[in-house]
Each structure stands twice: as C-alpha cells, then as structure tokens.
Design a protein around this ligand. Structure first.
Ligand code: NAD
Length: 370
C-alpha cells in the first residue's frame, strides 16, 4: 500500500468542521487498502495564537517540512481582530508559505454541470468551464522592499510598496504554468501590466524566452491584466492556464472563483521546488476563508476541502486515478441534488457538513465497486 505522511492543519471557525469530512475521505482510501495516510495534526492561525501566543509555531513548521504534504483548513475570525498585526491568524499562513518555499499557487475554476446556474454569468458562457490560474505567491509587491508608511510634513503620510520580479522568480513560476499546460490544452496566457510597469516588461520577456527555448509545443499569449479581467467575464472559456504575478493573481483568481458561483466548491494548491530527492513541498487548502458567520452551525460545505485533498493526490503524489475517484464522487452527489445550503437550489432539503461528507464517501463506495 502507498504510504503518505500528511500534516492536517484545520485552523479556525469552519476549518475543523470541513477538515473532519476530508479526513473521512482519507480514511476511506486507507480502509480500501489504496493509500495509507499517516496523519499528524497541528494548530495554526487563531487557534494556535490562543494556545501558544503565536499563529504559527516552530513545531508546526518542522512537521510541515517533514510531511509529504500539508492539508490546510482556513484561519481567522473576528475573535482575533484586535490582535497585534504580526500575530494575526493570517500571518500564520503567510509565514508557513514562506518557510515552506511555496512559490506557486494553483487555483482551478471549474464549473460543475449540476451547478451551472449558480454562476452569475449566463449558463452558455460558463458551462464546461475548466481553467486554472497559476499565481506567483511569495514575491512581488506583497513582499518587495522598501515598503512602509512615512510621516511627512503638514500632517501628510505616505504608504509605499515595491513591485519587483527577477529572472529567476519569473522562470520558476512560468515553468509550473508551462508544465501544467502541457498536461492540459497546451495554452498559457501570461498576464502582466507591461505597458506601464517595468516589472511587467521583464515578466513578459522572460516568459517568452523560456517558452521559445523549452516549451515550443505550448501556445503562449500575453495579456494586460485589465484586458484579462474583462475577458474572464466576457468569454472565460478562451483560457486554459493563466500565469500571473502575486498581486494580479490575487485579484483574478477571486474573479475566476465567482464564475463558478460558489466559494464552498473551490480547492487550491501551493507548491514549492522539488529537492534533490524529488520531494516537493506542498500545501492544499480551500479557497474560502473561515466563514465565522456560519461556524458551529454544521452547515459549511466541505467540498472545497475534499477537492483540495483530490488536488493533493494529483499534484503531490501523481495519483491521478485516485484523485478522479473523488472528483467523480462529488459530481455524482451534486447530480443527485445533494446540496449544502450555499449551493442549494430548492429541491428537497439542504444537507449539513457531515451528511455531505458521508454522501461523498457512499458514492466512493459505489464508484469503486463498479
Ligand atoms: P469567507 O470565505 O470566510 O466567507 C465569505 C462568505 O462565504 C461567507 O458568507 C461564508 O459563510 C461563505 N462561505 C465560505 N466558505 C463556505 C463554505 N465552505 N460553505 C458555505 N459557505 C461558505 O470570507 P470572509 O468572510 O471575507 O473572511 C472570514 C475570515 O476568513 C477572515 O478572518 C479572513 O481573513 C479569513 N480568510 C482566511 C483565508 C484562509 O484561511 N486562506 C482565506 C480568506 C479569508
């Protein structure tokens, strides 16, 4: 049996509720003798702050680096609104990404046939949509120096940040996009603002050079970010893989998420560079936050967390067949109108978090036996 060491970090509010359902799916794989998951658990975010006075401990960083992959829930909530900026729950995730060297964020935007009406766009624009955004995650303006807030004369202040990307940083993330596109429809749209930003000029030239030299089978298109945001709304199916920087990726991936209609359905992956033993640091998490407004009500949709597990099987362990089992089980559940309240469309009664997890496990049984 395949053995995998997983660090589970449920986090705050609905994080532990949806993580419990992903653990059911992991147990299903173990009980079927397909994959043996050795699961460590840790605290992160607000729950870590409450216990240890910090949103991320050295112990958790060590466990993350020793694991084959990290499954992350979600963090944050109003309870920690007054905590010092550097100790806020969100800082725990940013620091974990940095300490694991997770520079590539993969966010698929997939519209399930059964949920085509949940999108705010017309069904024919989004039916069958399956795109993926590859966002650079640990560079650019969110981390660039100098940064800060300066007090000026006359009671004026100035806030400033720096956007910069080096050849190495661009090539590292562009490779991820080209490799991914090679396994899909072989199209990459690289998004920048090269018409007004020098960092965009370098981004554009380096991606083009890399593509010409090493990925001649990939069709590379460049697009300005303002146009890309329009095109995503006008005709989203024109895209396959969108490659972009940290800031633009943050915005475009939320826009793309809304094309699918539900935050509770969207998984993501954050990946680092393989080491000499071929091991790649990786963390998988739902796109949604900790949803404090519904925490404790047992109604959160666990599908994004469960699909994050499917991404882990695919991208960290090359277990494409096993990942498809999960995707198919989710499709089946949705096609039978088994829905949590966030995706409920008035047929029958919405199910709770745990019932949704159970329904997916039941479908896994059915698929495996056929
Ligand atoms: P959110 O994603 O938590 O919630 C937005 C809306 O979507 C809410 O109405 C919520 O009830 C609903 N929702 C989200 N996930 C759902 C699910 N699985 N099932 C059903 N409904 C769901 O975003 P927010 O309200 O802006 O942020 C809440 C907290 O989450 C904040 O503290 C924020 O900083 C944090 N956050 C964390 C992450 C992360 O852990 N990576 C990401 C985004 C936001």
């Amino acid at each position: 049996m395949i053995n995998k060491k997983i660090l589970s970090l449920p986090g705050d509010c609905i994080g532990p509720e949806v993580m419990a359902e992903a653990l059911k799916v992991m147990n299903w794989f173990s009980s079927r003798g397909l994959i043996n998951f050795e699961i460590e658990k840790g605290l992160v975010g607000g729950s870590s702050y409450d216990e240890f006075g910090t949103p991320l401990t050295e112990e958790v960083i060590k466990l993350a680096n020793e694991s084959d992959a990290v499954l992350f829930g979600s963090i944050g909530g109003p309870k920690w609104d007054d905590v010092n900026y550097d100790l806020r729950p969100e800082k725990g995730l940013l620091s974990l990404r940095q300490s694991m060297g997770l520079f590539a964020n993969l966010r698929p935007a997939i519209v399930f046939d059964a949920l085509v009406d949940a999108s705010s766009l017309k069904p024919d624009l989004v039916k069958g949509l399956n795109i993926i955004i590859v966002r650079e995650l640990i560079g650019g303006i969110y981390f660039g120096e100098p940064r800060g807030i300066k007090q000026l004369e006359n009671n004026q202040r100035i806030g400033f940040n720096t956007q910069s990307y080096s050849t190495e940083e661009i090539i590292r993330i562009a490779r991820v996009a080209f490799e991914l596109a090679g396994k899909r429809n072989k199209k990459v749209c690289s998004v920048d603002k090269a018409n007004v930003m020098e960092s965009g000029v370098v981004w554009r030239e380096e991606t083009l050079k890399l593509c010409n030299q090493h990925y001649p089978n990939i069709e590379l298109e460049h697009m300005f970010v303002d146009n890309c945001s329009m095109q995503l709304v006008k005709s989203p199916k024109q895209f396959d893989v969108i490659l972009t920087d940290n800031l633009f990726g943050d915005i475009l991936s939320d826009l793309a998420a809304m094309l699918t209609g539900s935050l509770g359905m969207l998984p993501s992956a954050s990946l680092g560079s393989k080491n000499q033993n071929g091991k790649m640091p990786s963390l998988y998490e739902p796109v949604h936050g900790s949803a404090p407004d519904i925490a404790g009500k047992k109604i959160a949709n666990p599908i994004a967390q469960i699909l994050s597990l499917a991404m882990m099987l695919k991208y960290s362990f090359d277990l494409d067949k096993e990942a498809s089992l999960i995707d198919d089980a989710v499709q089946l559940v949705l096609s039978e109108n088994i829905r949590t309240s966030d995706i409920f469309e008035g047929v029958g009664k919405p199910v709770g978090t745990s019932e949704m997890g159970d329904a997916i496990v039941t479908k896994l049984d059915i698929i495996a036996e056929n």
